[in-house]
Design a protein. Structure first.
Length: 191
């Protein structure tokens, strides 16, 4: 689980530091840094709620779901996160990892970037998108071909169409490029 936390926290920390330096030279008010940090922090781990929704709403009949409920009831959170680490790759048909949610997230981020002055909201949406990009890149570039099928199942679960696995790198690259554009907008926030 430590690897997972580092994998998602490190890019967000880099975004926070680069944005903070940029904002510092443009004399942004100091309270905005707190909003930025809070939005990035909460957005980074918000996507992981997906796995809890999988256990409690989508697949409550599974043995791992019953075990997760028991661990929460017994307040054994360390074991709960160990269970999450051991099983999260097998979770399919997740809500936030789905194509329609990602498209909605991009549209929402575009709206928020163009119409709000809230660094918290912008940072939250960017962090959730970055988290999804990191997950997709991690799955896509594992040496095993079945990983591409796992990514395909994440993105297109509950849809009648499937993007062929050979096009998944293009999808991931496009989503990453959109995230980079959002980060550039974050740098220029309120200037």
């Amino acid at each position: 689980m430590k690897k997972e936390i580092i994998k998602h926290s490190l890019p967000i920390l880099v975004i926070f530091l680069l944005t903070s330096v940029f904002w510092f030279f443009h004399h942004q008010p100091y309270y905005l840094y707190f909003h930025l940090f809070l939005g990035l922090s909460l957005g980074t781990f918000f996507i992981d709620i997906d796995h809890f929704l999988y256990w409690f709403l989508l697949q409550p009949q599974l043995e791992e779901s019953r075990l997760a409920k028991l661990l929460i009831k017994q307040k054994q959170y360390k074991k709960l996160f160990q269970l999450l680490e051991a099983t999260h790759d097998s979770h399919q048909s997740l809500i936030f990892h789905h194509l329609t949610t990602q498209i909605t997230l991009v549209l929402l981020a575009t709206f928020v970037l163009s119409s709000t002055n809230s660094p918290f909201a912008i940072a939250f949406l960017i962090a959730t998108s970055i988290h999804l990009s990191i997950d997709q890149i991690h799955i896509l570039f594992r040496p095993n071909q079945s990983n591409k099928q796992q990514l395909q199942q994440w993105l297109f679960a509950r849809l009648p169409i499937q993007l062929p696995t050979k096009y998944l790198p293009h999808y991931v690259t496009t989503f990453l490029a959109i995230n980079l554009i959002f980060i550039i907008f974050l740098f220029n926030f309120n200037l």
